[in-house]
Design a protein around this ligand. Structure first.
Ligand SMILES: Cc1ncc(C[n+]2csc(CCOP(=O)(O)OP(=O)(O)O)c2C)c(N)n1
Ligand SMILES: [Mg+2]
Length: 460
């Protein structure tokens, strides 16, 4: 009987193995010849390394020179009862190019980057700072309901976005508007979303800062932490199957690594060899929970090896180092079809959000130190000034211009009508089901009875 291709090969191999099974005397002579392989009494092939100077085949740590092909893991044997330490003797070092004062560190791995690109990175970082300051104030004035800043983390999002291809899919958490800004999302578009006006792509259904853009390959932010990670793996796997030279990049905080979605996503990505960049902003806090209460071990970077994922640790406040790391990681992900974990160490300078007062759980000195001494925008500016590419006049002009642009964007977006009430009930079902119709009816009658308690600019 003719067997299908793959089965024929296996059948041949098995029959060859059975036909050529060695006799007991052959086994003995094989063992004496210190050959590279032998059959055990059960007939299973095991490897035998040639150990010079060790007649017992065991080194001083009890490691034996034999290993066995367990289906679950390939490992050598040891006669000593040993454990794997919970943390390595030394923490993984953090890659940087610029020191705290914006000086180039000698012999550092400087990426290929031209003046125009670094200036664009810097200008975007300043624009993001301006937008955050003014939007934060606007929220405090009650002009929109919620806001959250990227203070202290501007380098991570902007410099990493600069190192990606604009066609790579991005799955962000919420503190990454810098990526969208880099890709060309305008201040008007940011303001439209925060004001939930008639131009908001999300049709007013999401809280402010939950941006998204199909045009810019940026999946809409979703509030439940870490749900974006498995999506990024799926998208990366699709790129791989379609043989596209692209990757997906997913951003998340240190707190997100406590979610099951992080672990599931890492494992799937490793096993499927999906080209995805896991970019963790380890800013030391998940709202009020400090990192040391979030996880044990050497931060986030150490988790990569557990899943078989190559990992980097970088100073997230050094824009050049972030750019170099993401550039190298993207190349590996796309060319070798593999996931990469990047832990960017940083500090969340602002409150978690406008619903938080971080003075309740952080020391004032700590916040002041990071704000004044470790600011990523200042660090990059110092380096640019050292290169003769930037000066204080240019800086003042840029800050004045971006401030005016942000104010103008809010002036345009604020007075526009909100999204109509009816939008709350559409776009999930093809035909609106009866229970949603009933809810809509009840909502309309409540609004009619308490008109003064509902915003006048929401069309009914
Ligand atoms: C599944 C889930 N649990 C809890 C929350 C509430 N929550 C919102 S943000 C946050 C902290 C996330 O911290 P981290 O991932 O470190 O991001 P960071 O805010 O520091 O940027 C939590 C617990 C949530 N949104 N979703
Ligand atoms: Mg955090």
């Amino acid at each position: 009987m003719k067997l299908p291709g793959a089965t024929t090969t296996w059948a041949r191999l098995i029959s060859r193995r059975l036909l050529h099974r060695p006799s007991q005397s052959q086994l003995q002579s094989q063992a004496h010849r210190s050959s590279s392989s032998s059959f055990t009494s059960s007939g299973v092939l095991s490897q035998r390394r040639c150990c010079s100077g060790s007649s017992s085949g065991e080194d001083s740590d009890g490691n034996q020179d034999e290993f066995h092909d367990f289906p679950g893991a390939k490992a050598g044997f040891t006669s000593k009862l040993k454990y794997v330490p919970e943390t390595p003797a030394e923490a993984v070092p953090c890659f940087r190019i610029l020191d705290e004062y914006g000086r180039l560190i000698k012999d550092s791995h400087m990426p290929e980057i031209d003046k125009a690109l670094v200036l664009k990175i810097y200008q975007n970082m300043v624009t993001l700072q301006s937008m955050d300051s003014l939007f934060f104030e606007a929220q405090r004035q009650g002009r929109f309901s919620f806001y959250l800043t990227s203070f202290g983390e501007e380098a991570i999002t902007i410099a990493s976005a600069a190192a990606l291809s604009d066609d790579d899919m991005v799955y962000a958490q919420y503190r990454e508007p810098g990526v969208l800004m880099w890709r060309g999302f305008t201040l008007n578009e940011f303001a439209n979303q925060c004001f939930s006006n008639d131009l908001d792509y999300g049709k007013g259904r999401q809280m402010p800062i939950h941006y998204g853009s199909a045009k810019l390959n940026y999946a809409t932010v979703s509030s439940p932490i870490a749900t974006q990670l498995p999506h990024a793996v799926g998208a990366a796997y699709a790129f791989k199957m379609d043989q596209k030279p692209l990757c997906s990049a997913t951003y998340f905080g240190d707190g997100a690594t406590s979610e099951g979605d992080f672990h599931g996503a890492m494992n799937f990505a490793a096993v499927l060899e999906a080209p995805v960049l896991f970019i963790c902003r380890n800013n030391g806090y998940a709202i009020s929970t400090p990192a040391h209460e979030q996880f044990k071990g050497d931060g986030v970077v150490c988790k990569g090896q557990a899943y078989g994922v190559r990992s980097f640790r970088v100073d997230g406040n050094d824009a050049l180092a972030v750019y170099a790391t993401v550039k190298a990681a993207r190349k590996m992900a796309v060319e070798e079809s593999r996931p990469i974990l990047i832990e960017a160490l940083t500090y969340r300078v602002g409150h978690h959000s406008t619903s938080d007062d971080s003075g309740k759980y952080r020391k004032g000195d700590e916040m002041h130190h990071w704000k004044t001494m470790r600011d990523p925008v200042v660090r990059l500016r110092r380096w640019l000034e050292g290169e003769g590419w930037w000066d204080s006049d240019a800086d003042q002009q840029l800050r004045a211009e971006t401030r005016n642009e942000v104010i103008a964007a809010m002036q345009r977006a604020g007075p526009r009508m909100k999204q109509p009430l009816a939008n709350l009930f559409t776009d999930v079902y093809d035909t609106i089901p009866s229970h949603l119709r009933q809810q809509e009816k009840e909502l309309r009658s409540t609004v009619a009875r308490h008109r003064q308690d509902y915003p006048f600019d929401v069309p009914l």
